[in-house]
Write a protein that binds this ligand. Structure first.
Ligand code: SF4
Length: 330
């Protein structure tokens, strides 16, 4: 059965939002849906998430729960894809695989959930199957579906170009594509350069990260993240690992760190990790070892959860920046 053209689809502003929002938003819109995105994370959203999720869940997943809770009474469908793999021969954290089930079990009164599976581990072509299954919810017309997907892919490419070529961060690039921000940021020429490593859903969510990017910029720091690098730059560096890293985000963080180190691009690195995250503890350790073995660049690890206080983060950041400034001045 085809749904009517005004169906509202909710996209929670969390987790993979920071990687794929332009693709999803454009696809749903061109399929005839109206997309409602939850607002930026705030205390009320975090509180709703903490209330619904199990205690031991990592902070970004709790925040995602909060975004779902915010959307659930406002939309006809809510988009919580079952993500197993987003790259060929690689996987992502198993929490993404169970996300739709965990949310159904913990949040009552949900609208219909679009929980289509994406598993590109065996073949990149599986993303077309993913797109088709979603498209069939809206239309049985293959031309409408194909056209909507083509536009969505182009939008995603434009988004990724803004990240890599214009060095915009995700929210800046999304606002630019939506014509809410027509300003291409001028490259700053600050004295300190820092690589900020970690999951996009941690470092770009200003509530989770306590606006770390703005705090660094306000203190005169050029901030670089792995998402602003060319895919080949990351892949070439990740290929130097003795064993293939089959976690997409881990490979990106380690490949990014290695790129920044081998190109002498940064004065220091900050790794933002989620408390209780298995992948982060392993990736963090690998980045530390790699940094100590190949350079004398200082690295700060910030492990965050919902109890992390902003004052503590600011104190550690300022001490780190003071130390870097002294090193640079020597
Ligand atoms: S990788 Fe870590 S932070 Fe991300 S969802 Fe999994 S446990 Fe949470």
């Amino acid at each position: 059965m085809e749904v009517d053209m005004t169906v509202k689809v909710g996209i929670p502003r969390g987790l993979m939002y920071y990687y794929y929002y332009p693709l999803w938003q454009e696809y749903f819109t061109n399929l005839g849906g109206e997309v409602l995105t939850s607002p930026k994370t705030n205390k009320a959203i975090l509180d709703m998430g903490v209330k619904s999720a199990l205690d031991e869940t990592c902070l970004p997943v709790k925040v995602f729960y909060g975004h779902v809770a915010w959307l659930k009474d406002k939309v006809d469908y809510i988009f919580i894809p079952r993500l197993i793999s987003v790259e060929w021969k690689e996987y992502i954290c198993p929490k993404f695989m169970g996300l739709p089930d965990m949310i159904r079990a913990n949040i009552s009164g949900l609208p219909a959930v679009i929980d289509t599976t994406l598993d590109m581990s065996k073949s990149p072509k599986n993303k077309l199957k993913f797109a088709r299954e979603i498209g069939l919810i809206f239309t049985s017309n293959p031309w409408v579906m194909a056209n909507a997907w083509k536009k969505a892919v182009l939008k995603q490419k434009a988004y990724e170009t803004l990240l890599v070529s214009k060095k915009m961060f995700p929210e800046e690039a999304i606002a630019y594509l939506q014509e809410k921000n027509n300003r291409i940021l001028e490259a700053n020429n600050y004295r300190l350069n820092i690589a900020l490593l970690g999951h996009g859903y941690n470092i770009y969510d200003s509530y989770i990260s306590m606006s770390i990017i703005n705090k660094l910029r306000e203190r005169g720091v050029n901030v670089y993240t792995a998402d602003l690098l060319e895919v080949e730059e990351i892949n070439n560096e990740a290929a130097k690992l003795p064993k293939r890293m089959f976690w997409t985000f881990g490979r990106k963080s380690i490949g990014g760190a290695s790129f920044f180190l081998s190109n002498n691009k940064v004065d220091g690195m900050i790794h933002v990790a989620s408390f209780g995250c298995g992948p982060d503890s392993m990736v963090g350790e690998l980045i530390l070892r790699q940094t100590r073995r190949n350079s004398n660049i200082p690295i700060l690890t910030l492990t965050i959860d919902e109890h992390s206080g902003e004052a503590g983060v600011v104190t550690r950041l300022e001490a780190f920046l003071d130390m870097l400034s002294r090193r640079v001045a020597l």
